[in-house]
Design a protein around this ligand. Structure first.
Ligand code: HEC
Length: 134
């Protein structure tokens, strides 16, 4: 069912993936990434995250202008886990990519309970979308 929905909402997925070449790097995937597809993929994040400027934190922190920010600092009023607050990374593309795939691998002990997005192009689409939300 999910795969079917994915196929319907993003008919150009396979085409874009092919355009990125064999075994594409994250940079190659970001070149063919689609902001609109990323916005649709972001739907699975919206159970816990708002992204509009001024929108309140939910179970997770608002992600407005998260791209390029230090981890666990973007929303001072949000109750970050100690693990994320003490993490030293920056939300650049490679870090977001690894996080969206498996949050616990990037910051062990994080409170983000999310199974992860396994498709690399879906992740690149989400990153491309987040980069526009600034
Ligand atoms: C089940 C709820 C849930 C879902 C679904 C979820 N998140 Fe989160 N997210 C959280 C929580 C909770 C935190 C705070 C984690 C902590 O404090 O350790 C978080 C933190 C984050 C952060 C760090 C923000 C900061 O201010 O440093 C990013 C980036 C993020 N999530 C992106 C995403 C993206 C993108 C998706 C969808 C692909 C997603 N999340 C799906 C709950 C969720």
């Amino acid at each position: 069912m999910l795969a079917l929905l994915a196929g319907c909402s993003d008919p150009k997925h396979e085409q874009r993936l092919r355009a990125a070449g064999p075994n594409p790097t994250l940079d190659a995937l970001l070149k063919v990434a689609d902001v609109g597809a990323g916005e649709r993929r972001f739907g699975q994040c919206m159970a816990c995250h708002s992204v509009a400027a001024g929108a309140p934190d939910m179970a997770g922190p608002n992600l407005h202008a998260i791209y390029g920010k230090p981890m666990g600092r973007n929303r001072p009023g949000y109750g970050y886990s100690a693990a994320l607050r003490d993490a030293k990374g920056t939300w650049d593309a490679p870090t977001l990519d690894a996080w969206i795939q498996r949050p616990q691998k990037v910051v062990p002990g994080t409170a983000m309970m999310f199974s992860g997005v396994s498709d690399p192009l879906d992740r690149a689409d989400i990153i491309a979308y987040l980069r526009t939300q600034r």
